[in-house]
Design a protein. Structure first.
Lengths: 519, 306, 354
C-alpha cells in the first residue's frame, strides 16, 4: 500500500480540437503537504487539475483517492470526495454577497426560503476559523482581487475540502500579498489540509513547497523534494534544456513625445472614482511600463487610450494631436498598434483564417484593398512572411486561427499589430498565458519596435516582464500613479510591490516627471 | 374622439385589459425565468400555440375543460422539454432551437387541425370547453369595481398569482439563487457542484408550463375554439415586455399590462368600425415604439456615464 | 485538416436523411396506403419535366430568402423580417406592375427597384434600432412583420383590390411586367436566372470584397471587428440594406413570375423558410441554391402526397423544424467526431515517432 492520499496514474487527455493536453502524466499527493505543480504556460498543469476536479474527463488513466479508484463525472463528486479548487479566473457570482457566494449550492433553509441570516453567521464562523477575514454582506463585485481570492478559498473549505488546488493564485497578487497568502496556506497545512499549488514562478515554488512535480508539454518530468533541487535545476526541468531567454537591450534613444495623457479622471456609473489625475507621457524609442495589481484603473486607462471608452475628463493626445473626438477607426489611422489583454475576447475572430486575422487593421490601406476588392496576392505574401518571421506553427494561412495554440495565436496578434510600422504600440499583458518560446519572440519584437523609434506603453501584472522590457516604470494604485522611476537599474519586484499596495508613495515632484515633456 | 374616450373609460374596457393581458403575463414570466437562467426561450409563441391547440382538442375529446387544461400544460411542457433536450444535450443554439419550435408549432398545429377537423383555418366544428370564470363574493356586488375585478376567467387570476410566485421563486428560494447564479456565471455554479444543465432545464420547462397556461387561456377562455396562428405575436410581445422589464419579474409584469392596454384599445377601436387592417397593428406598433424608447434610453444612459 | 468541414457536411446529410425518415413515419401514420405514398413522396417529383419544373419554381423564392437570411445570420443577426419584406415589397411593386406603362424589360426592372427599396425600408427599422441602440432585432423584426401585414392589407383592400373578382386579389398586372417562362413545358420563369445571379453576386461580395470581409469578421467576433477599426454600426446597417433588397426583389420575382395579380392574403412564410435554408447551406451562397432545390423537392413531394393521399402539406413544417434542430445541434454525432480526432492524433504521433 502506498502512503499517498491521492494518485493519478498515466493520465492522458485529448481535447475536441485535437490538442493533446496531457499524455501519460502521473502525479501523487501525501497528506498534509504543499505540493507544487509547475511547468510553463500551456504545459497541461491546469488540465490535469481540471481532471482531478471532475471538470474534464480523462481520455485514459486512473485516479486513486485514499486507496480507492475513483472517477468524477463532475465537480460535485470531486467536492463530495473532499477536493476543492480555486481557479485562476474566479468562479464568483458578482452580484451576490460574499455569504451568498459561499453557501451557493448548500443553502440553509427556513421552510421554503433561504435563510440568509444563517448564511451570514456561517460565513463569519468559517472566516474566523481559518483566519481568512471577509465581510459576509459585501457585494462580491466591489471586492479587490486579494479578497475575492479569500472568498474562493473559503468556498472550498466550506464544502469540506481536504485537498485544496490553487491554480496560479499569485499571478494576480502583489509580492507582499503573496507573502500573506503563504502564511494563510501554512496555517491551512498546519490544520491538516493538503495543498496543490500551481505556479510557474520558481522562487516562490521553492519557498512554499514540500514537493514539486514538473510537467513539460503534457508529460511528467518528475517529482522532487523541494529541498533537493535548486532553482536553476527546476528551471531546466521546466524548459527541458538550457534556453537563452535573456534579451539584449540597447541603450535608449528617446525622440519626441508621442503619447501624452493630461489630467485624466474617470467616474463610473456608481460615481466611483476609477481614475484620478493621471498625467504621463511616452516618447518615441521608450518603453513605458505600468505596473499594478489588477483592477487599479489600468483597464479603464487603456480603454480610453484606444477609444473603447470616451474620455470623460482631461485629454489624451498622440503626436501632439488630441484624440478626444476620435473613433477607433481614426485611432487606427494614427498608426497605433494595440495588443489586447484577452486575445479571445477581442484579439481574434476564431472561426476565420490566420490570414483574415492578420490583416484586419490594414483592410483600408491601398496596398491590400483597391476599389473595395481585396488584393489576395499581396495579402498572402505579407501573411506568409509573418508566419515564418514569427515562427508561427500552423498548417498554412487558410487554417482557422482557433485551431492554433495560445502562443501561436498570440503571435498572430502581435504580428498584426507590430508589422505595419506603428508609431505607437499599446501592449496589454502581451505574453499572458503563452509559452516561453512565444513570449521570447514577442519580447524581442517589442524591443525591436522601440529601437525603431516607436513609443511603447506596456501594461502588465507580470513584474518580471515589466522590469525586463521597460525603460521607465510607473505604478498605479487605486486609479492613481503613485510612483515613477525614470530608469530601472537596481529596481526589483519587492520595491514595486510596496507601491502596488499603496504602502509607499513617491513625492508629487517625482511623479510629475512621468509627463516626459519635450524640452 | 369623444366616443373613444367614453369607450375606454368604461368598466368594460378596464375589464378587457385584464383579459388580454392574461396570456402576456404568463408568457413574460416564462421569459423572465428562462432568461435569468441564461437560456432565453424565444419559443413562447409556439409553445402557447401548441397549448392552445391541445386545450381545444383534448377538451373536445374528453368534454372536460380540466382535462383540456391539463393536456395543454402537458404538451407545452413536453415541447419545451424537446427544446431543452436539444439545446442542453446536443448544444443546439437556443435561439435557433426556439425558431425551430415556433415553426414546428405553426405548421404542426395546422397539420393536426386538418387531420381532426378537415379545416386549415379554425376548429369551429370542434368547440372547446371553456374554463370557468370566478365571481368573487362581496366584491362582485360593488359598483364598477366589482365589474372590473370580479367575473374573470380562473386563469386570469392565476396569471396574477404566477407573477407573485415567480417573484418569490427567484428572490427567496434556493432554486432561485441557483437559477440566478447559473445565468450570471455558469462556471461559478458549476464549481460548487450545481448541475447547470438541470437548472437550465428546469427554467426552460417552467417557461413551457407558463406558456401552457397562456395558450390554454387563448382557446379555452379568451375564445372557445382554435384557429391557425391564433397567438398572433403575443409570445413575442411578452418577450419584448420581459426585455423592457429588464429581466425583472415586476418590471415585466408592468410592461405586459402596458401592452395589454394597447391590445384592448385596438379591440375597442375595431369594434367602433375603424379599419381593422390598421387598427390591428396597434399592439405591435406599441411594442415597437416601447422597445425603441427603452433602447434609446439605455443607450443615452450608457453614453452619459462614459 | 478539413475534418471540421467534412464533419459539417456529414451532419447536414444526416439531418436531411433524418427529415426524410420522419416524413416516412408521418406518411405511414396518416396515409391509408403508406407504401405507395412513400414512393410518390420520394420518386414522383423526379419523374417528369413538369414536376422538376415545380421543384425549381418552389426553389426560386427560397433562394432569395435564404440569401437574405444567410447574410444576416453570418453577421450574427437573428432577424426574421424576411417574411414581412416579401409581402410588403410585393404590394409596393404590384402598384407599379399594375399601373406603370413602360416597355417590357424596363417595367419589371422598375418593379424590382421599387420592391428592393420597399424591402430595404422595412428591414432598416430593426436594422437601425439594432445597430445604433442595440435593440433586439428578432422582436422588432417580428413586430414589423405584423405591422407591414396590416399596412399592406389596408393598401390591398382599399387601393389594389379588383372588385370584379370574388377573392381578395389585386387588379391584373400589366402583361409587360410579367417574367417570361424559360423552360418550355414548365412554369420555370426568368426569376430563376435572377436568383442564380444574386447567389453569384453574394458569393463574390462575401469572399472577395472588403465589405464582405467586414461582414464575416463582424459575424464571428464583433468585438474583434470593432477593435480592428471596423465600423460595426455601419456593417450592421449595410447587411440589413442588402438583406432587405434581396428579399424585396424575391417577393416581386415571385409575384411577377408565378401570378398575374397580387394574390397573397397573409404573410407567405418565406422568412422562416429562409432560416432553414441558410442553416442547411451553412451560410454559403451556392449552398443556398442547393438547399433551396432540396427543400423544393421535399415540397413537391409533399404536395403530390397531399393530392393522392390526403396528408396535409404542413408536414413540411415539421420536417423543416427537425432539420433546424439537428443541423444546429453542435454535439450531435460528437462521439464519432471525438473518435476521429483521437485517431488522427495517434496517426500524427506515429509519424513523429517513426
Amino acid at each position: 500500500m502506498s502512503n499517498y492520499i491521492l494518485e493519478m496514474n498515466n493520465i492522458s487527455k485529448i481535447y475536441g480540437n485535437g490538442v493533446v493536453a496531457n499524455s501519460n502524466v502521473s502525479f501523487n499527493l501525501k497528506k498534509g503537504e504543499i505540493h507544487s505543480l509547475v511547468g510553463e504556460n500551456g504545459s497541461g498543469k491546469t488540465t490535469l487539475m481540471k481532471i482531478l476536479f471532475g471538470m474534464e474527463a480523462p481520455s485514459r488513466g486512473e485516479i486513486i483517492l485514499n486507496g480507492k479508484q475513483v472517477q468524477f463525472s463532475d465537480s460535485k463528486e470531486a467536492i463530495k470526495n473532499g477536493i476543492g479548487m480555486v481557479h485562476q479566473h474566479f468562479m464568483l457570482v458578482e452580484s451576490f454577497s460574499v455569504a451568498q457566494n459561499i453557501v451557493l449550492g448548500m443553502e440553509m433553509k427556513k421552510r421554503l426560503f433561504v435563510n440568509e441570516e444563517k448564511s451570514i453567521q456561517f460565513t463569519e464562523a468559517l472566516s474566523k476559523k481559518y483566519n481568512l477575514i471577509v465581510d459576509p454582506k459585501e457585494i462580491t463585485k466591489k471586492l479587490p482581487v486579494g479578497v475575492k481570492q479569500k472568498v474562493e478559498i473559503l468556498k472550498a473549505l466550506a464544502r469540506g475540502a481536504e485537498i485544496l488546488i490553487l491554480d496560479e493564485p499569485t499571478a494576480v497578487l502583489a509580492p507582499q500579498e503573496t507573502e500573506q497568502l503563504f502564511k494563510e496556506l501554512m496555517h491551512l497545512k498546519a490544520q491538516g489540509h493538503t495543498i496543490v499549488f500551481i505556479s510557474h514562478k520558481i522562487p516562490e515554488i521553492k519557498l512554499i513547497s514540500d514537493r514539486i512535480t514538473v510537467i513539460r508539454s503534457g508529460k511528467t518530468v518528475g517529482t522532487y523534494n523541494a529541498s533537493d533541487v535548486s532553482e536553476k535545476e527546476i528551471s531546466n526541468f521546466i524548459m527541458g534544456c538550457e534556453m537563452d531567454i535573456s534579451i539584449k537591450k540597447n541603450a535608449h534613444h528617446y525622440s519626441t513625445n508621442k503619447i501624452s495623457v493630461d489630467h485624466i479622471t474617470y467616474k463610473d456609473q456608481e460615481q466611483v472614482q476609477l481614475l484620478k489625475e493621471i498625467n504621463f507621457g511616452v516618447k518615441g524609442g521608450m518603453i513605458f511600463g505600468i505596473a499594478g495589481v489588477q483592477g487599479n484603473g489600468q483597464v479603464e486607462l487603456i480603454d480610453m487610450l484606444t477609444r473603447r471608452m470616451p474620455i470623460q475628463n482631461g485629454d489624451i493626445s498622440f503626436n501632439g494631436q488630441t484624440i478626444k473626438e476620435d473613433t477607433i477607426a481614426q485611432i487606427r489611422k494614427r498608426e497605433v498598434g494595440y495588443i489586447p489583454e484577452d486575445r479571445l475576447d477581442q484579439g481574434v475572430a476564431v472561426k476565420e483564417s490566420i490570414s483574415d486575422n492578420m490583416i484586419s487593421n490594414q483592410i483600408y490601406s491601398e496596398d491590400f484593398c483597391k476599389h473595395g476588392l481585396l488584393n489576395f496576392k499581396k495579402i498572402s505574401a505579407f501573411v506568409n512572411r509573418n508566419i515564418s518571421d514569427y515562427e508561427i506553427r500552423c498548417m498554412g494561412q487558410t487554417q482557422p486561427i482557433g485551431m492554433l495554440s495560445g502562443g501561436n495565436m498570440q503571435k498572430v496578434v502581435v504580428a498584426r499589430e507590430c508589422e505595419n510600422n506603428p508609431q505607437i504600440l499599446i501592449a496589454e499583458q502581451p505574453t499572458r498565458g503563452v509559452d516561453i518560446g512565444a513570449a521570447h519572440i514577442i519580447h524581442k519584437k517589442i524591443i525591436e519596435l522601440r529601437d525603431q523609434g516607436c513609443a511603447v506603453l506596456l501594461v502588465s501584472a507580470d513584474l518580471n516582464e515589466i522590469l525586463k522590457l521597460s525603460d521607465v516604470i510607473a505604478v498605479m494604485y487605486e486609479g492613481e500613479i503613485v510612483a515613477y522611476y525614470d530608469h530601472t537599474e537596481g529596481l526589483n519586484e519587492e520595491q514595486l510591490g510596496i507601491h502596488m499596495l499603496g504602502i509607499e508613495r513617491h513625492t508629487p515632484e517625482q511623479i510629475a516627471k512621468a509627463v516626459n515633456r519635450d524640452e | 374622439m369623444k366616443s373613444l374616450l367614453d369607450l375606454i373609460s368604461t368598466s368594460d374596457f378596464i375589464y378587457s385589459i385584464f383579459r388580454v393581458t392574461t396570456p402576456l403575463l404568463f408568457a413574460s414570466m416564462g421569459a423572465v425565468v428562462s432568461d435569468v437562467a441564461g437560456v432565453p426561450n424565444i419559443s413562447l409563441e409556439g409553445l402557447m400555440l401548441i397549448a392552445a391547440f391541445s386545450g381545444m382538442f383534448f377538451s373536445y375529446l374528453s368534454q372536460s375543460a380540466l382535462i383540456g387544461l391539463i393536456m395543454a400544460l402537458v404538451m407545452a411542457v413536453a415541447f419545451s422539454g424537446l427544446l431543452a433536450f436539444f439545446t442542453l444535450h446536443y448544444k443546439t443554439n437556443i435561439i435557433l432551437g426556439g425558431i425551430a419550435i415556433n415553426s414546428l408549432a405553426s405548421g404542426g398545429t395546422i397539420f393536426f387541425l386538418y387531420l381532426v377537423a378537415h379545416d386549415k383555418g379554425t376548429s369551429i366544428s370542434l368547440a372547446s370547453k371553456v374554463l370557468p370564470t370566478i365571481n368573487i363574493p362581496i366584491i362582485q356586488d360593488l359598483p364598477i369595481v366589482g365589474h372590473i375585478i370580479s367575473g374573470h376567467n380562473i386563469l386570469t387570476y392565476l396569471s396574477l398569482l404566477a407573477v407573485l410566485f415567480t417573484y418569490y421563486l427567484l428572490k427567496k428560494t434556493a432554486l432561485g439563487f441557483h437559477i440566478r447564479a447559473v445565468g450570471e456565471k455558469k462556471e461559478a455554479a458549476e464549481s460548487v457542484g450545481i448541475n447547470v444543465t438541470k437548472i437550465q432545464a428546469i427554467a426552460i420547462l417552467f417557461s413551457g408550463l407558463m406558456c401552457g397556461f397562456g395558450g390554454a387561456f387563448m382557446s379555452m377562455g379568451y375564445v372557445s375554439w382554435f384557429s391557425r396562428d391564433m397567438i398572433s405575436g403575443r409570445g413575442w410581445i411578452a418577450l419584448a415586455a420581459e426585455s423592457m422589464g429588464r429581466q425583472t419579474v415586476l418590471g415585466s409584469a408592468l410592461t405586459s399590462f402596458l401592452f395589454g392596454i394597447a391590445d384592448a384599445l385596438s379591440n375597442a377601436l375595431a369594434s367602433m368600425g375603424y379599419s381593422s387592417d390598421l387598427v390591428k397593428t396597434i399592439p405591435y406598433f406599441a411594442t415597437l415604439i416601447g422597445i425603441t424608447i427603452f433602447s434609446v434610453r439605455i443607450y443615452r444612459k450608457s453614453k452619459k456615464i462614459a | 485538416m478539413n475534418r471540421e468541414k467534412s464533419f459539417n457536411i456529414i451532419r447536414t446529410l444526416f439531418s436531411m436523411v433524418a427529415a426524410i425518415l420522419v416524413a416516412f413515419i408521418i406518411i405511414v401514420m396518416v396515409s391509408k396506403n403508406p407504401f405507395e405514398s412513400i414512393q410518390i413522396f420520394l420518386l414522383k417529383p423526379l419523374t417528369s419535366k413538369r414536376y422538376i419544373g415545380n421543384i425549381i419554381e418552389a426553389a426560386i423564392p427560397l433562394i432569395f430568402s435564404g440569401l437574405s437570411i444567410s447574410l444576416l445570420f453570418r453577421t450574427g443577426l437573428f432577424n426574421l423580417g424576411g417574411e414581412g419584406v416579401f409581402y410588403f415589397s410585393g404590394i409596393i411593386g404590384s402598384i407599379l406592375a399594375i399601373w406603370l406603362k413602360l416597355p417590357p424589360i424596363l417595367l419589371p426592372l422598375a418593379c424590382f427597384t421599387a420592391s428592393a427599396i420597399a424591402g430595404t425600408a422595412v428591414m432598416l427599422v430593426p436594422g437601425i434600432l439594432r445597430a445604433k441602440y442595440n435593440a433586439n432585432e428578432m422582436v422588432t423584426s417580428l413586430m414589423m412583420n405584423s405591422i407591414v401585414l396590416g399596412i399592406g392589407s389596408y393598401i390591398l383592400n382599399n387601393i389594389l383590390r379588383d372588385p370584379s373578382v370574388a377573392n381578395l386579389v389585386s387588379y391584373k398586372y400589366n402583361s409587360d411586367a410579367l417574367l417570361p417562362v424559360i423552360l418550355k413545358g414548365t412554369r420555370v420563369h426568368a426569376g430563376f436566372l435572377i436568383a442564380l445571379l444574386c447567389a453569384a453576386l453574394v458569393y463574390v461580395y462575401i469572399y472577395k470584397t472588403r465589405s464582405g470581409y467586414e461582414i464575416r469578421v463582424t459575424g464571428t467576433n464583433p468585438k474583434f471587428a470593432q477593435y480592428s477599426g471596423i465600423n460595426v454600426t455601419k456593417v450592421i446597417i449595410m447587411v440589413h440594406v442588402l438583406a432587405g433588397a434581396i428579399a424585396g426583389v424575391g417577393g416581386m420575382v415571385e409575384c411577377l413570375g408565378l401570378h398575374r395579380r397580387f394574390e397573397w392574403t397573409g404573410l407567405p412564410g418565406y422568412g422562416f423558410d429562409g432560416c432553414m435554408i441558410a442553416m442547411l447551406a451553412n451560410n454559403n451562397p451556392f449552398g443556398v441554391v442547393g438547399a433551396s432545390l432540396f427543400v423544393g423537392y421535399l415540397r413537391v413531394g409533399a404536395d403530390l402526397v397531399n393530392r393522392s393521399a390526403d396528408v396535409p402539406t404542413e408536414m413540411i413544417a415539421i420536417l423543416q423544424s427537425l432539420i433546424i434542430l439537428l443541423i444546429s445541434a453542435e454535439k450531435l454525432l460528437k462521439k464519432y467526431r471525438q473518435r476521429w480526432i483521437e485517431k488522427d492524433v495517434k496517426e500524427v504521433n506515429h509519424e513523429v515517432a517513426s
